[in-house]
Design a protein. Structure first.
Length: 182
């Protein structure tokens, strides 16, 4: 009886708040980043990116293992985006290119998993937007999560071996929406 009464009181308190306690609120925060091509002669350059933690990653460091979502490299005279699988790294990270699309037009990550490229290099197209599904990691409530974000290439310098891009990502576990909650 006490348990039922406690549950009833808790329900009323939560209902009185009017907010979903599991709703992740976030704001758009498009940010620029630069990566260095893996094929540059210097080692220990930031050549990969972790979308969830919004940071560049040095792949050569042993602690990074599979803790990144894509890298870049020059191949055949063009800059390529490499999902971890393209380098033989087992990961859930993958990308979907949307050619000829504006950044704000991409509002949701695709549900069709066959669209995601996970094991092959993807040529950088300056007119495309790329949806990124991150590597799997533990979420706030202990479950396995992937996160979704998008990148817009801004500049490729093949001679220097750099890739500048705009990115943003959702902090909401397994939620394909790329539009912030209000």
């Amino acid at each position: 009886m006490k348990f039922a009464l406690g549950l009833l009181v808790t329900s009323f308190l939560l209902a009185g708040c009017g907010d979903d306690p599991f709703l992740v609120r976030w704001r758009a925060n498009p940010t620029e980043a630069v990566l260095f091509a893996l094929d540059r002669e210097e080692l220990n350059k930031v050549s990969a990116f972790d979308m969830f933690f919004r940071t560049g990653v040095v792949i050569e460091r042993s602690i990074t293992e599979d803790q990144w979502d894509f890298a870049v490299e020059r191949q055949g005279g063009q800059m390529m985006i490499l999902p971890p699988g393209a380098l033989g790294v087992e990961s859930t990270a993958a990308l979907v290119p949307f050619a000829g699309t504006e950044y704000d037009e991409v509002m949701r990550a695709p549900t069709d998993t066959l669209l995601y490229v996970s094991e092959e290099p993807i040529p950088v197209d300056l007119t495309a937007i790329y949806v990124v599904r991150t590597h799997q990691q533990a979420g706030s409530f202990g479950g396995a999560c992937v996160y979704y974000g998008k990148i817009q290439p801004l500049e490729v310098d093949l001679e220097v071996g750099t890739f500048r891009f705009l990115f943003d990502s959702s902090p909401d576990c397994n939620n394909r929406s790329l539009v912030p909650t209000r």
